[in-house]
Design a protein around this ligand. Structure first.
Ligand SMILES: Cc1cc2nc3c(=O)[nH]c(=O)nc-3n(C[C@H](O)[C@H](O)[C@H](O)COP(=O)(O)OP(=O)(O)OC[C@H]3O[C@@H](n4cnc5c(N)ncnc54)[C@H](O)[C@@H]3O)c2cc1C
Length: 406
């Protein structure tokens, strides 16, 4: 097996890398941290629009939707370079919702959303989790009802807005990151509460977050950025915003989650490269840190883990390019990459001693506080997009074929 990029891929990688060196500023990096790894309203959006103009945001998509019809490998390379440079890591519309619309959405939905996503003009927030539905997503209760419209029709009081063209949404979502600054909600809602098979009563839809009746309330996270609770009070959502078939949403969400569980390793690699430089140039009690055998061992172990996480990442691109849909393989990569990142931040803060706990902005913070920030952020990465325990369950069930324990 050849583990190198082709000459064309390498050329593109270098081009993206050179572009990002010019475009990624300290202001953008600060905004990415403030806006939960996403493209914030000012510098992040500017960058995404520039990347969109080159076809680099959604490179695999058909040209008519703003792509350049590239291989998946090209898309993976671009995202890896973006994270290495400190650009936004979480591109919900471009990498999770968009590919799911491409697979299952109507032509109307594709035309309405894909070109704007590919140009970097809009983005979406993931609306899966609810207070009682996280790992057990099939327990979600937010209602999307079209019965009210039917009743109105039965009474003969049909008007232009309430003639069955809308779902009426009521309920609550929780931990919906990016919802306070993006345009749309990628939302799972219950459309058939009577179905005893819970996962068969869920639909997936795109909701305008500016709709009347939507209330967004911030929640603080350990990483310093905010996620959100989102409340729906009689919110009207056009039925044309349904993704695929009604009541099949759970299956589409599972596909979207597989796309989400593909974590570029570039951002972690950058911290590691900086850490190695730090160890080479820093002395403790008059001795170079690089002489310390424990530090050498820890760095060597981390280097191996990062290499393995990267290979798992590019394996996903390879599978997609062969027409296969990664499933438990995405869970393997997500779990291993995020746990590696967490261990890396742990190693970095240990190597740097007490100063490793200083935050960004302190002149005494090594690596400008990156390790400290990612020590806190790392906890979250092993939770969102599915916890490490759930990833292990998926690998055991779907990867190894172990039967369900109940
Ligand atoms: C900062 C942050 C941002 C987030 N952003 C988003 C977002 O943008 N959109 C969104 O929809 N969601 C988001 N989430 C939600 C996230 O996906 C859920 O928190 C996660 O899936 C776990 O669900 P839960 O919190 O309900 O925990 P629970 O499901 O209640 O789990 C609690 C614990 O039990 C374990 N557990 C549960 N079931 C099993 C099982 N069957 N086997 C073994 N262990 C199990 C879990 O691993 C966990 O350790 C975010 C969460 C956080 C913390």
């Amino acid at each position: 097996m050849d583990f190198r990029f082709t000459t064309e891929e390498e050329k593109l990688r270098q081009e993206v890398c050179d572009f990002l060196k010019k475009e990624v500023t300290p202001e953008l990096i600060a905004e990415v941290a403030e806006y939960c790894g996403g493209a914030g309203p000012v510098f992040g959006r500017q960058l995404l629009r520039k990347m969109g103009a080159r076809g680099w945001l959604c490179p695999t998509w058909p040209k008519k939707y703003g792509g350049i019809e590239s291989s998946e490998m090209v898309g993976f390379i671009i995202r890896d370079e973006m994270t290495y440079a400190g650009a936004p890591v979480s591109l919900v519309g471009a990498t999770m919702a968009g590919p799911t619309i491409l697979r299952f959405g109507s032509d109307e939905l594709k035309i309405e959303y894909l070109p704007r996503l590919a140009r970097g003009e809009i983005d979406m927030a993931l609306g899966y989790t609810e207070p009682q539905a996280g790992s057990d997503l099939a327990a979600l209760e937010l209602r999307a009802d079209d019965k009210l419209a039917t009743t109105t029709m039965e009474r003969g009081e049909v008007n232009a807005e309430e003639n069955g063209d809308y779902f009426l949404l009521n309920g609550q979502k929780m931990f919906n990151t990016h919802a306070h600054f993006v345009e749309y909600h990628w939302l799972g809602a219950r459309t058939d509460p009577s179905n005893p098979k819970r996962h068969r009563g869920i639909s997936l839809m795109v909701v305008d977050l500016k709709s009347p009746g939507v209330t967004i309330r911030n929640m603080a996270t350990i990483a310093g950025w905010k996620t959100n609770e989102v409340f729906y009070d009689n919110v009207k959502v056009p039925k044309k915003n349904l993704v695929g078939e009604k009541n099949r949403g759970f299956y589409y969400i599972m596909t979207a989650l597989d796309f989400e569980r593909m974590f570029p390793v570039g951002g972690f690699q950058r911290i590691f490269d900086e850490l190695v430089k730090y160890v080479k140039k820093t002395k403790c009690d008059g001795k170079p840190l690089s002489d310390d055998p424990v530090i050498r061992q820890k760095l060597a172990e981390t280097a191996i883990e990062l290499e393995a996480a990267r290979l798992l990442y590019y394996q996903l691109a390879y599978m997609l390019d062969k027409g296969e849909v990664p499933n438990y393989q995405s869970s393997m990569q997500k779990m291993f990459a995020t746990e590696t990142a967490h261990r890396l931040a742990d190693v970095a803060t240990q190597v740097m001693g007490p100063r490793g706990q200083l935050q960004r902005g302190s002149k005494w913070a090594p690596l400008n506080g990156e390790a400290e920030l990612h020590y806190r952020w790392g906890f979250i990465e092993t939770v969102y997009a599915g916890t490490s325990e759930i990833m292990r369950n998926i690998i055991a069930l779907r990867g190894l074929g172990l039967p369900l324990p109940f």
